[in-house]
Design a protein around this ligand. Sequence first.
Ligand code: NAP
Length: 251
Amino acid sequence: MTIGILGVGHLAVSMVNGLMKAGNSESILLSPRGKAKELAAMHGLDVCRDNRELVERSDIVILAVRPADAVSALEGLPWRTGQLIISVCAGVALSQFPPIPARIVRAMPLTATQINASPTVFHPDIAEARALIARLGPAIALASEDEFEVATVNAAIYGWAQDLVRQSILWGQSQGVDGLTMRQLVARTFVAAGRMIAETDEPVEAILKDLVTPGGITELGLTVLEQQQQPAAWQAACEAVLERLRSTGGR
Ligand SMILES: NC(=O)c1ccc[n+]([C@@H]2O[C@H](COP(=O)([O-])OP(=O)(O)OC[C@H]3O[C@@H](n4cnc5c(N)ncnc54)[C@H](OP(=O)(O)O)[C@@H]3O)[C@@H](O)[C@H]2O)c1
């Protein structure tokens, strides 16, 4: 099987690095432009002379151009029945794409694809897409495109989580704790918090109840956060991102 990457930018580099780490049993082809030359040199991949050649030679094409370029990037190319496109372009609805014989699946990977740890939502659930996405982390199919769109807000939440890690490191440093120690401590605490929820069916409220001792420090911090407009601020950020995705596409 041959996978073509149409649009070799930041996300495509993460995805290709992850696919190579997972052990590539297929060949990977790159479109020209962007980071194609350096990525090809790193892994010994072919760069096609143009997108026509990429489409002719690929069974699955990962479309990873910026959202504003997504529709035009598919136009005028020799798509064929049986081919599969996985579009990772934020906010670009299936109905916006031109009518072509290839099937199109939308997916929203995170840059954690490069360590094969990206929980990636996708729609519709097509077996070849699921198999490829699952090599980059947990593959999570959504039943409708509306649900998928809401779930893609999570790609922004991923960045906010990293920003919370950053802020916590800075705070620890400002109190005199070594920065590298804080970095490992806080980042691994976020991993632990996520795993404790992801790896059990126990209701999240029950997990938190065990944690939040009445009168204790976790409760104190949650009270302060609430006084400072949390969780309202977080929910407002989610709403803003969803509105952007629904109106104009992502970034
Ligand atoms: N970055 C993330 O973490 C992330 C996460 C989830 C989803 N996404 C989605 O992934 C997509 C790419 O994001 P990105 O951050 O990787 O953007 P990026 O770094 O700007 O990469 C996009 C690449 O596409 C190339 N390109 C545009 N039109 C092309 C065409 N017709 N043929 C060949 N190459 C073309 C651009 O080349 P030029 O530079 O020459 O224009 C650029 O190298 C976006 O739609 C975004 O919504 C990104």
